[in-house]
Write a protein that binds this ligand. Structure first.
Ligand SMILES: CC(C)(Nc1nc(-c2c[nH]c3ncc(Cl)cc23)ncc1F)C(=O)NCC(F)(F)F
Length: 293
């Protein structure tokens, strides 16, 4: 059946519309229509940015990463599509019609109560627990990289920056930080480019903040941090100012109407040193208990 299709022929790919720009490439909505009668399935096709050799290796790694992940809370790999005689290739993923979590929360704000928010948080947490069991560190956890499959299911996506932790180490050190989403980064990721499951926990805390702020753009993490850092930019880079206020124990304020128990979970994720932070299984249990109440 179409489900375990792994090679998609370019001639049957019908372009529909752009979905967005991710790490290393753009993603398009397409219909795979071998019968030519518009009955084919909708898929998300991630094309590699052209002619950047380094990106090709990274793209291959991203494909191998997503191909190895089988979890209800992670966007599904469908296959690859070769074009230009196997010179360039695209990653084919399932298409989630509800789009990214940010747009969904903004559109459906009135209809989503805390229980549903906690359901989404527990699904993301379970997806991260699974990633950790596979020794993967996502490194780009943010609401913009969470997709909505239905009114009751969200999935982690965009594995462009995901790395495997070497078997003999607790963390992954990045050589080329690139343009980093520093407002979602743990302090050690900013200062030492160190990434671990515990730095993913920090980012999960920021995703919790985004969830319970309904991804309101006037209280998004970057905006709140920049307000605190203020305009007293004496030449020190923004990331050094950010680390300074984190050292002084300043943290993102509780979102309006955020349940105290959830805010305490966020602040636990934001322990300055990695070992202070909870594990995803502890967080998962706490979220489950909050859902029961
Ligand atoms: C770069 C891209 C395309 N951006 C977007 N995807 C989708 C979007 C909507 N439905 C989708 N189904 C599958 C996929 Cl891979 C993406 C989408 N909708 C809006 C986007 F900005 C993306 O991949 N974002 C990371 C993700 F949100 F997926 F974590």
């Amino acid at each position: 059946n179409q489900q375990d299709q792994s090679v998609y022929e370019e001639r049957h790919l019908r372009y529909i519309s752009p979905l967005g720009k991710g790490n290393f490439g753009s993603v398009e909505l397409c219909r795979y229509d071998p019968l030519g009668d518009n009955t084919g399935e909708l898929i998300a096709v991630k094309k590699l940015q052209p002619n950047k050799q380094s990106n090709l290796e990274d793209f291959q790694k991203e494909i191998n990463t997503i191909r190895s992940l089988h979890c209800d809370y992670i966007v599904k790999y469908r296959g690859v599509c070769y074009s230009m005689g196997r010179l360039s290739m695209s990653l084919v993923m399932e298409y989630l019609p509800y789009g990214s979590l940010i747009g969904y929360l903004e559109k459906n704000r009135q209809l989503i109560n805390n229980r549903r928010m906690l359901l989404f948080a527990s699904q993301i947490c379970k997806g991260l627990e699974y990633l950790q069991s596979m020794r993967y560190v996502h490194r780009d956890l943010a609401a913009r990289n969470i997709l909505v499959a239905s009114d009751t299911l969200v999935k982690i996506a965009d594995f462009g920056l995901t790395k495997i932790i070497p078997f003999d180490k607790e963390y992954y050190r990045v050589t080329h930080p690139g343009e980093s989403p520093i407002f979602w980064y743990a302090p050690e990721s900013i200062t030492e480019s160190k990434f671990s499951h515990k730095s993913d926990v920090w980012s999960f805390g920021v995703v919790l903040h985004e969830l319970f702020s309904y991804c309101e753009h006037n209280c998004n993490p970057k905006r709140l941090y920049m307000q605190e850092i203020g305009n007293d930019m004496q030449g020190l880079s923004i990331s050094m100012h950010l680390v300074d206020i984190l050292k002084d124990n300043w943290r993102l304020p509780a979102p309006p109407l955020c349940p105290p128990r959830i805010h305490s979970m966020m602040t636990a994720c934001w322990g300055y040193s990695a070992e202070e932070r909870p594990t995803f299984s502890t967080l998962g249990d706490q979220i489950e208990t909050s859902i029961q109440d």
